[in-house]
Design a protein around this ligand. Structure first.
Ligand SMILES: [Zn+2]
Ligand SMILES: [Zn+2]
Length: 380
């Protein structure tokens, strides 16, 4: 694309590498879309499937052949007419002494497959399931159709930096979003365990715990893109948590930062670098890196049901921590100073916790402290 640009073209909305194969320079997403739409014919990004005859006619024209030759080519090059000379050869069996690299690798793959009970790990199985549910899906109502010429962004959300183990390895989740989505919609699509934590000691009244979810109490959050903090101000309880950073930067003579509301900002309004790490911060200090890895026009093979966006395409799965009594259910409580527990702290599922620590009337038995535990894997 860069090659076709005139040297005098001042447009900065055509992505260009800042660092080769790492990230682009900053560009305005909405203007980038306009650049594409100006250059393409509507038929190029239409979701309508071209009928075969029209396609053949166009193809023949491009090749510079007449319709008759085209028909002949089609029958000669048909996959059905591919034949092996020796009818006894089974294409699935790789000859044992082959030196052709493609065959050697194919043989290795076949051997590996034969040696395994399960062909796919759990990540691949979940990924397949996600894909099956959405790929090429059309909506039931015409109003729910993704418009032609809409942008699709691929967004990787990383684990918060407190989880060191996964910090540099792989994204926690990858989402597809449309250019018309707001940043608030991205925020709502990010599922992080720190939103679901419950802070406090509940041994005297374990039933009260669910009403203390962090996300219901601490609603402030921001995204940071290219010098602008986009704050969540949808609720009266929201405070501008970017203020501290902005004031600190001002007092230390850093270039000024500005602010906007995430609920008023659509992706098409943003200026970003593709491949560059940005920030999502919530619950005070739970910080996630956000990387936009791709921006493109929607294609007819995409999921075209608007309602299914933001569309999860990848999610890393955690193994869960099980109850130390039954070893079956996921831990929901941990206790400290607990005479009934085999360790301190000790993890219990809800059932074992209540059976062991309370009588039939719900009275607390003995002295201990109990804290709700939210397993990262419980929301896989
Ligand atoms: Zn988080
Ligand atoms: Zn249990």
């Amino acid at each position: 694309m860069a090659a076709s640009r005139r040297p005098s073209d001042p447009s900065t909305n055509i992505p260009d590498y800042e660092y080769q194969d790492v990230n682009t320079k900053a560009f305005h997403i909405g203007s980038f879309r306009t650049e594409w739409l100006n250059r393409l014919k509507p038929s190029d990004y239409s979701f309508q499937v071209e009928d075969e005859d029209a396609f053949d006619a166009k193809f023949a024209q491009e090749l510079g052949v007449n319709a008759e030759t085209m028909m002949e080519l089609k029958s000669v090059c048909n996959v059905e007419s591919l034949r092996c000379d020796d009818a006894k050869v089974d294409p699935e069996v790789v000859p044992p002494d082959s030196t052709l690299q493609t065959l050697v690798q194919r043989k290795e793959k076949q051997d590996l497959k034969a040696s395994k009970k399960f062909f796919k790990n759990r990540h691949e199985l979940y990924a397949d399931e996600l894909e099956r549910l959405t790929i090429g899906k059309n909506p039931e109502l015409v109003d729910d159709m993704v418009p032609e010429g809409e942008l699709i962004l691929t967004i990787n959300v990383f684990y918060p930096d407190v989880i060191e183990k996964f910090n540099f390895i792989r994204p926690h989740a990858a989402l597809l979003m449309m250019g018309s989505h707001t940043l608030a919609e991205l925020r709502d699509a990010i599922c992080c365990v720190s939103d679901l934590q419950v802070c406090g000691e509940f041994s005297n009244n374990p039933d009260a715990a669910p009403s203390f979810l962090s996300k219901d109490h601490f609603k402030s959050a921001f995204f940071y893109f290219e010098g602008v903090f986009y704050n969540d101000m949808r609720f009266p309880e929201c405070v501008d948590i970017s203020r501290t950073t902005i004031e600190w930067a001002e007092s230390h003579n850093f270039p000024p930062f500005s602010q906007a509301k995430m609920e008023d900002t659509r992706f098409v309004d943003l200026k970003v670098k593709v491949g560059f790490p940005y920030l999502y911060c919530h619950q005070g200090d739970c910080e996630h890196l956000i990387i936009i890895t791709d921006i493109r026009l929607a294609h007819r093979s995409d999921c075209l049901d608007k309602k299914l966006y933001p569309l999860l395409t990848h999610k890393h799965r955690f193994t869960t921590q099980k109850c130390s009594v039954c070893h079956v259910f996921i831990g929901r409580w941990f206790t400290t100073g607990d005479r009934l527990a085999p360790s301190d702290p000790c993890l219990f599922c809800d059932k074992c916790f209540r059976m062991l620590h309370y009588d039939a009337q719900g009275n607390k038995l003995g002295e201990f402290q109990a804290f709700p535990f939210v397993d990262r894997g419980a929301f896989n």
